[in-house]
Each structure stands twice: as structure tokens, then as C-alpha cells.
Design a protein around this ligand. Structure first.
Ligand SMILES: [Zn+2]
Length: 239
């Protein structure tokens, strides 16, 4: 195909324009901040308190829905109908955050495991990835993963563990999401394996600033990093 054919110019131009527009966006895989930003495609976390009217602030706002381990109570089953209903919505991309927390979780580990297992079943049934909060309970996490043998992708968010733990998680088919604080060796490992995600979580910061820190540590230009995340997001979520 000749590039001298001026008749092709508008389409080549529009393809370039599309690429520039597409790479302009930063994926924030997990946030509790609902403020829309034209440069961000974000997955906003919702819990069993349900939707608000202004939740979907932009076409690039998506959601994850689940019961956080800090909010697990003995009457958690009361929340099943609302969480299930919300999770079915096409804008909900993941089930969670859910998981296990030995440090901050107020209810006992057996109940946390029961609620976590329910989220796994929901994620499998709806064919949506699972977003996991895990604090000092990785052995339990591996055990449950082995026992339930899920097909859906699992992402552990807010990962701050060391390289060895990152490797162990990735060997178990689990991907990792990094925020503003992390272990540098673990970050490199996740990047090399293409199992890296980037998030703001509950911090009042812009996702660009997290990309800046991570791109600096990886010695990878921000645009290239954003591109890679964008491609990954499209592949996993089709958005
Ligand atoms: Zn969170």
C-alpha cells in the first residue's frame, strides 16, 4: 500500500489520532475515589451500601462490588441480594474487594473465609475477575485457591510484599496491583511477568502521580507504561 496515496491520508490521520487518544488514558484498577477525570479509566470500588445516583460520572468509570473483610459481620448474608444484583451490572468489571485480613479484620478468620469463598463462587458464576484484599493471610489464600480451582483472574491489590512473595503469588496465577508504596524488587518482577496493575486505592492522589513513581522505578517512560496497562485492560476486560 502506497503511503503517497493522499486519499489514505484522512484514515491514517484518524488512526494516529485514535492511538494518541487511546494512550492518553491511565488505568486505575482500584480506587475508592469517585471523582471522574478525563485522563483516567477507573474501577471504583462499591460495597453493599449500593449505588448512588451520580456514581457513573464518565463513560470511563467502571466498578467492582463486594464485601470488604473489614465489613464482614455475622449477618453478612443479608447483603447477598444487593451485592449479587449490583455485580451482574455490565459496568461492574470485578467482584471484590473481598478477602482475608488477619490484622485489621474484626471478625474471626473462619467467617472471613466463608465470605471470601462466597465471593469466589460469585466471580466464577458471573465470569468476572476477583479483586482481593489480603493482609498476612497468604497461606490461607493459596489453600483456598487450590481448593476452589477458579477459572477467573485473581488480582491482589495494594501489594507491598517482597519479591519472593510476589513470585509465589504469580506462580499461583495471581496478578498484583501496586499503589504509591511498594517493594521495588517485587514491582520489577511483576512488570517483567506482565502481571502488574496500578491503583490509587483510598489515597487522595492522582493516578498520574502513581504512574510517575512506578515509571521512574522501572525506568520506563510513563506513556509506554500507560500504553501497556491500557492494552492489558482491554485484553482482560474488553473495555
Ligand atoms: Zn481498597
Amino acid at each position: 500500500m502506497s503511503t503517497e496515496n493522499t486519499g489514505n491520508f484522512p484514515s491514517v490521520f484518524s488512526v494516529l489520532f485514535y492511538i494518541l487518544m487511546a494512550t492518553d488514558k491511565f488505568i486505575d484498577i482500584h480506587t475508592h475515589n469517585e471523582t471522574a477525570d478525563s485522563h483516567t479509566i477507573s474501577v471504583v470500588n462499591k460495597d453493599m451500601t449500593g449505588w448512588g445516583r451520580s456514581d457513573k460520572q464518565s463513560p470511563d468509570t467502571y466498578f467492582s462490588v463486594g464485601i470488604h473483610p473489614w465489613k464482614v459481620t455475622p449477618n453478612w448474608k443479608e447483603h447477598i441480594p444487593i451485592v449479587e444484583n449490583m455485580a451482574k451490572h455490565p459496568d461492574v468489571l470485578m467482584v471484590g474487594e473481598c478477602g482475608l485480613d488477619k490484622v485489621h479484620g474484626e471478625c474471626d478468620m473462619e467467617l472471613q473465609k466463608e465470605v471470601f469463598r462466597w465471593h469466589i463462587l460469585l466471580s466464577e458464576r458471573l465470569e468476572k475477575p476477583l479483586l482481593i484484599h489480603c493482609v498476612k493471610a497468604f497461606d490461607e489464600l493459596f489453600r483456598i485457591k487450590k481448593e476452589t480451582a477458579p477459572q477467573q483472574l485473581w488480582i491482589v491489590h495494594g501489594f507491598r510484599g517482597k519479591k519472593e512473595q510476589a513470585i509465589q503469588l504469580m506462580r499461583n496465577g495471581i496478578e498484583l496491583s501496586f499503589g504509591e508504596r511498594f517493594n521495588e524488587d517485587a514491582l520489577h518482577e511483576a512488570y517483567e511477568c506482565n502481571k502488574l496493575w496500578i491503583e490509587t486505592d483510598d489515597k487522595q492522589i492522582r493516578i498520574e502521580s502513581v504512574y510517575d513513581v512506578i515509571s521512574d522505578k522501572l525506568n520506563c517512560p510513563v506513556g509506554q507504561l500507560a500504553d501497556r496497562m491500557r492494552t492489558k485492560f482491554l485484553r482482560v476486560f474488553g473495555k
